[in-house]
Ligand binder design. Structure first.
Ligand code: COS
Length: 379
């Protein structure tokens, strides 16, 4: 089916990304999961192929292609390896996007050019005591002369070990809740910023997740993204983009699981014939494919609207909510189609199921997504 949201050039670029995902990334996915590490050579290959530059405007060294293409890229990479997809997703939707939306020309020149060249970035907002309640953060940023001094703790930071810089939010005016938060760009090598631990997970195990500690970290005032005390909006709008990226990741995981299950049922024989001949099995794959296609429809529409700078709050949450629930149910069913073999680590079905689970949790739990959707409906 022709993707009507993409230009001819973007369709060609996507083919290129698909080829990398299928030929080079997928064969390594199990090893990446087992070793809890993406080989540097794979990230370098993604740099060499220019993946990081696709969404960065030409003015900052990129190719200026659309958010819709970025979303397809995340989907294709996730089909092969959901952990590796996060490298690109984090760098572009979570780090570059807030700078694109709110950053000064100085920040754009300094950081977007680096991302276009293949540097990885991340977003550090969650804290041990502030997850769903994003305005409840405790990390402090105190103004001292022309700098801010950051102190606090951030947890579950995706791309933690491989990021060269992070978008970080901190309280600049205590007691003001969401109206007292400022967002900064912080270089990972700034003195006082350290990784206190790696967090080991049941899925997306190749993706580095860390806890960050800020201990008197000095950040120059020109690193404020947007305005002082207006940083909550910056991170919330970043998540509006990020949630579309996670929806794409969920779709990729689900499609990867379904494709493998279809291959399997076409060759697995029981009762004297391939089990794909049984209607009970056929109904399962029909439902799985239909759900994936529906998730794709919402997600692609959300991506196109995001590209047009429309308000996507509701649609971003709907895409993330629906696609992640689809990913979970499709991967459970895909594993079922492998029968006893699906329950072993000899097939990728179990990895897809473990990887799917996080999409219902991060960038806002699906309970939070429902809350966001309901609030928009009741406005
Ligand atoms: N997009 C744009 N703006 C948003 C927004 C969104 N998705 N959500 C909230 N805002 C804005 C509001 O419009 C409001 O702006 P004004 O002050 O101009 O009116 C401001 O932010 C404060 O919003 P609100 O009062 O709704 O804040 P709450 O503290 O009630 O929190 C939720 C709202 C729960 C929606 C927010 O904390 C949230 O999204 N939590 C989940 C966090 C998350 O996804 N964490 C994962 C991190 S990445 S792993």
């Amino acid at each position: 089916m022709k993707d009507r949201y993409l230009t001819d050039i973007e369709r060609d670029v996507l083919e290129y990304i698909k080829k990398f995902a299928t030929d080079e990334l997928k064969p390594l996915a199990r090893e990446i999961d087992m070793n809890e590490k993406i080989p540097e050579s794979i990230i370098q290959r993604m740099r060499d192929l220019g993946f990081f530059s696709i969404y960065i405007p030409e003015k900052y060294g990129g190719n200026g292609l659309s958010f819709s293409l970025l979303v397809r890229a995340i989907e294709e990479l996730s089909k092969a390896c959901a952990s590796t997809a996060l490298v690109l997703d984090g760098a572009l939707t979570l780090f570059a996007e807030p700078i694109l939306m709110f950053g000064s020309e100085y920040l754009k020149q300094k950081y977007l050019t680096r991302i276009a060249g293949g540097a990885v970035g991340g977003l550090a907002i969650t804290e041990p005591g502030a997850g769903s309640d994003a305005a409840g953060i405790q990390t402090r940023a105190e103004k001292r002369g022309d700098r801010f001094i950051l102190n606090g703790d951030k947890i579950f930071i995706t791309n933690g070990r491989i990021s060269e810089f992070f978008i970080v939010d901190a309280v600049t005016e205590p007691g003001k809740g969401s109206k007292g938060i400022t967002t900064f760009v912080v270089d990972a090598n700034t003195p006082g910023l350290s990784i206190s631990r790696d967090i080991h997970k049941i899925g997306i195990r190749g993706s580095s997740t860390v806890e960050l500690v800020f201990s008197d970290v000095e950040v120059p005032e020109e690193n404020v993204v947007g305005e002082v005390n207006k940083g909550f909006k910056v991170v919330m709008e970043t998540l509006d983009a990020g949630r579309i990226g996670i929806a794409a990741q969920a779709i990729g995981i689900a499609q990867g699981a379904l494709d493998e299950a279809i291959e399997y049922i076409k060759q697995r024989k029981q009762f004297g014939r391939e089990i794909s001949n049984f209607q009970g099995i056929q109904f399962m794959i029909a439902d799985m494919a239909t759900k994936i296609e529906a998730a794709r429809a919402i997600t692609y529409e959300a991506a196109a609207l995001w590209q047009e700078h429309e308000n996507t709050i509701k649609l971003s949450s709907m895409a993330k909510l629906f696609a992640s629930d689809v990913a979970m149910s499709v991967t459970v069913d895909a594993l079922q189609l492998f029968g006893g073999y699906g329950y072993t680590v000899d097939f990728d079905a179990e990895r897809h199921m473990r990887d799917a689970k996080i999409t219902q949790i991060y960038e806002g739990t699906n309970q939070i997504q429902r809350l966001v959707i309901a609030r928009e409906l009741l406005k």
